[in-house]
Design a protein around this ligand. Structure first.
Ligand code: SF4
Length: 185
């Protein structure tokens, strides 16, 4: 038996439609212990994580699934069904405990990968300040977008054909940063 187990159990508490893909589900599981201590070690051993140290979240991408760890809960997005969620949670529990057990041999990584900047997103919006999204300017919308306070779909004009290229790049940027973006082209 492990003497340094960090996470003993988890429980699925909510199942919702997935924002990123309406055919899939989003699952929220509560964890029995606070797990944030392991985040900088997971960030060191896994590739392509997004670690937000001040907010205490770590986003992991695994086989097109998006997994966000918080201190006391885990969110799984783009999930087929509860069976898949259970498999992923078991994998995560083992990963968390194995990494925690070996933390003495791992150099913790506190850096956040590719942080998104509101200005970078702003450059990819239509830039007309039309207010259709409910914001006074495109920059104000970009600030909310980067803060995850609005969905990209609130900007109607962005879905006009003439903005197709900008939209594509914007969606890719958001997805690369671990945002849940509806399946749009
Ligand atoms: S709807 Fe789009 S184009 Fe219009 S102000 Fe909002 S972000 Fe800018």
């Amino acid at each position: 038996m492990r003497d340094k187990m960090l996470l003993h159990s988890y429980k699925i508490t909510r199942t919702l439609p997935c924002l990123a893909d309406p055919m899939k589900i989003r699952v929220i599981a509560e964890v029995s212990e606070e797990i944030q201590e392991v985040f900088p070690y997971l960030n060191a051993v896994l590739k392509g994580c997004i670690y937000n140290h001040p907010a205490n979240t770590l986003t992991i991408r695994k086989d097109q699934k998006l997994i966000t760890l918080h201190a006391l809960h885990i969110t799984l997005a783009k999930i087929e069904d509860e069976t898949e969620a259970e498999e992923l949670l078991k994998w995560l529990k083992d990963l968390i405990n194995e990494t925690y057990e070996k933390k003495g041999q791992i150099e913790p990584n506190y850096s956040m990968a590719a942080e998104l900047k509101a200005l970078d997103l702003f450059k990819l919006l239509p830039g007309t300040n039309c207010k259709k999204c409910g914001e006074p300017t495109c920059l104000a919308f970009a600030v909310k977008l980067v803060g995850r306070d609005v969905e990209i779909t609130k900007c109607d004009p962005l879905f006009l054909e003439k903005y197709q290229e900008k939209r594509k790049v914007l969606v890719e940027l958001l997805q690369a940063a671990g945002f849940e973006v509806p399946n749009i082209r």
